[in-house]
Design a protein around this ligand. Structure first.
Ligand code: HGY
Ligand code: MN
Ligand code: MN
Length: 418
């Protein structure tokens, strides 16, 4: 099976990739990509996306949560709305396609309908979600939760690394903190949600496939953990008298890997702070993150219990105090069968692959939040460079993006006309 993209699709892909490069240049980080929720870069990216949204024949606007939006009316005013999109925010030192590619492809597909003057029995709404990663406030999917109707006012008290509350950051961005929840859509008015995203793993690459369909998204929990011991002189305190907080944290990080391998889940300690943080002082305190994910919520929670037990053993043996705080929960979700069949049909049509690869996503996506509002399906695009993501080496090919645009258009038309 050797898929060939059309010349038109290659040109569209070229423009999509160019736009990803433009957005990569809107960054708070010197020499890298970082764009976080309610930052000046968020505002600049939304302004740039609005220009592309209008050029594609949509009404460009920003919703009450700061998501970039594009509205393309259906053939009749009472038409339901099919949601298309992904996210525009990034992790620190990010790749340029995670989230952004999906928004650019959604805009490209609507642009094709506009060029043909085609209206569907559904309206189309492109959403560029403002905070899928949770980089600034630690809780992810804030933009898509607002649209899904699962926004929690308690989140307004979340604070970023500089101590700025989400409430103050929303107000400084020009949004009304108490109105964010009003961004919620009416489930009755929505037809479904389709998202294109890079795979962020090596499976499509290893299988020699440009595209894949997503069966579901792993459930995730994120925790803030701390080990409290006693700081002391790096020379004067005998080894057996120490209550070294870093060693408790390090033993816990090793336990995360061992439990994940034993229980078939994924676990990551991505952040760690050692206090007071001096070469000649025994660490009195270690603060670290834990991200644990699994195909089912029960499996995820069992793994957390195993990890917590190991952390507690380490704390007791080292006379440390362990504190764990749950920071984020996202339940495991499955894509919807008929929407996924439309995505599969799109993949078959453009690649000739009569058995498209189906993948469970270990990465989280806005679709898991939107699943509370309406059913979803996702189209994955092959990642190059061994599937690396959340890294500047994140890569896709023009050919695969061209195939993704054609496949996504086919899926949107199939769902929109059904
Ligand atoms: O963490 C994730 O899986 C996603 O990239 N936010
Ligand atoms: Mn990401
Ligand atoms: Mn993403």
């Amino acid at each position: 099976m050797r898929a060939r993209a059309s010349a038109g699709a290659l040109a569209d892909a070229n423009e999509v990739l160019r736009r990803c490069d433009v957005l990569a240049g809107i960054s708070a980080m010197e020499g890298g990509i970082e764009r976080t929720y309610l930052s000046p870069e968020h505002a600049a990216a939304n302004a740039q996306v609005a220009q592309w949204v209008e050029a594609a024949g949509m009404r460009a606007w920003q919703d009450l949560a700061g998501n970039a939006r594009g509205s393309y009316a259906g053939a009749t005013p009472e038409a339901k709305t099919l949601l298309l999109g992904s996210h525009l925010d990034t992790v620190p030192n990010a790749g340029r396609y995670d989230g952004i590619l999906g928004v650019m492809i959604a805009i490209a597909v609507v642009g094709r309908l506009q060029e043909r003057g085609e209206r569907l029995p559904v309206a189309l709404e492109v959403l560029g979600f403002a905070d899928e990663e949770g980089t600034r406030f630690g809780r992810t999917l804030l933009g898509s939760c607002a649209v899904a109707g699962t926004w929690e006012t308690a989140w307004l008290d979340l604070r970023d690394g500089a101590g700025v509350s989400l409430r103050d950051a929303l107000a400084a961005f020009g949004l009304d903190p108490d109105a964010v929840g009003d961004a919620a859509l009416d489930p009755e008015a929505v037809r479904g949600y389709l998202e294109v995203h890079i795979e962020q793993g090596p499976l499509l690459l290893d299988a020699g496939r440009p595209l894949g369909v997503v069966s579901g998204i792993m459930g995730a929990k994120r925790f803030d953990l701390s080990m409290e011991g006693r700081a002391g002189h790096a020379g004067g305190v005998p080894m057996r008298h120490r209550r070294d907080a870093l060693l408790g944290a390090a033993e816990t990080a090793i336990a995360v890997e061992q439990v994940a391998l034993a229980e078939g889940v994924v676990g990551t300690v991505g952040e760690m702070r050692v206090l007071p943080g001096a070469a000649n002082v025994i660490p009195g305190r270690a603060e670290f993150s834990l991200d644990v994910r699994a195909a089912t919520d029960a499996q995820r929670d069992r793994a957390w219990e195993s990890i917590r037990a190991r952390a507690l053993d380490s704390a007791v043996s080292r006379r440390l105090t362990l504190v764990d705080t749950l920071r984020h929960v996202a339940r495991a979700t499955s894509s919807e069968r008929r929407l996924s069949e439309a995505v599969e049909q799109g993949i078959r049509a453009v690649t000739g692959d009569d058995a498209p690869l189906e993948l469970l996503s270990k990465a989280g996506h806005d679709a898991m939040a939107i699943a509370s509002l309406t059913p979803y399906a996702m189209l994955f695009v092959r990642c190059g460079n061994e599937g690396v993501s959340h890294h500047p080496d994140e890569s896709v090919t023009q050919e695969d993006v061209a195939l993704a645009i054609d496949a996504f258009e086919a899926a949107v038309l199939a769902v929109g006309r059904s």
